[in-house]
Ligand binder design. Structure first.
Ligand code: F6R
Length: 242
């Protein structure tokens, strides 16, 4: 794991955009794994800026988002499909049908199987972007007794529901379930980029980098991947020993 400590969120976002830009330049038809939440928003803004400046072309890129609430309609403003359209997809030239988000509105098992199959057909994910939950979750893989391998439906932890309540009018409105790529799905990506910002991520980051590999801190599974870059601001990196 390579940890790059940045002075602030702005630098994290710039460097994350540099890594995505390099991936697209190297392979114009690359397959990107994407995340929602606050962590990658600055990166999306910067990628949009570079696209508008004529420096980036998404016409051959395919994307696969990590997760989606379940059940939820894609037109629901709280859905991750809506979020991704709003903060990223509608601002760039990614063709319709190239921007995949798990369907939160179809029969669960079919959705999970179809998503894995689509990733496989696309040739696998070249670069997967991740955030990290304060409890060490990645995508919606919550702390558990075993690592979940493939795309599946999960019950969200109370702490995750509380953390995500900031996007809803009321905590009671936060969906209790989600469909998420599994740890095995994520580890199959050729390259992984994890973005962490703020003191609320410091403990989880320490566990991920310096603790044992355990499903009780799902992000620790990334220690088993050969090509992980972590971009952390000083607050998020504050508890790391080295
Ligand atoms: C989002 C996702 C989540 C977030 C995590 C951190 O698609 O998979 O694991 O990355 O909850 O969220 P933020 O970035 O809002 O702190």
């Amino acid at each position: 794991m390579q940890v790059i400590v940045c002075k602030d969120y702005e630098e994290v976002s710039q460097r994350a955009a540099d890594i995505l830009e390099a991936a697209i330049r190297e392979k114009p038809d690359c397959v990107l794994g994407l995340a929602t939440g606050s962590s990658p928003v600055g990166m999306y803004k910067e990628l949009i800026r570079r696209y508008e400046a004529g420096k980036l072309d998404f016409s051959q890129v395919q994307t696969f988002n990590l997760d989606e609430y379940y059940p939820i309609e894609p037109t629901d403003p709280q859905s991750y499909r809506y979020f991704m359209n709003d903060v990223f997809f509608r601002h760039i030239n990614i063709p319709q049908g190239h921007d995949h988000v798990p369907h939160g509105y179809e029969e669960a098992e079919t959705v999970c199987r179809a998503y894995e199959e689509m990733i496989r057909k696309a040739g696998g994910i070249d670069l997967q972007v991740l955030g990290i939950g304060g409890n060490g979750h990645i995508a919606f893989n919550e702390p558990a007794d075993t690592f979940a391998e493939r795309t599946h439906v999960v019950d969200l932890e109370e702490s995750t529901i509380r953390a995500n309540a900031r996007f809803f009018a009321d905590e009671a409105d936060v969906p209790r379930r989600a469909v998420t790529m599994g740890i095995g799905t994520i580890l199959q990506a050729r390259k992984i980029l994890l973005i962490a910002s703020g003191a609320g991520k410091a403990e989880a980051l320490r566990g991920m980098v310096e603790g044992p590999v355990t499903p009780h801190l799902p992000a620790s599974a990334l220690q088993q991947h050969p090509d992980v870059t972590i971009l952390a601001d000083e607050a998020a990196a504050s508890l790391l020993q080295n």
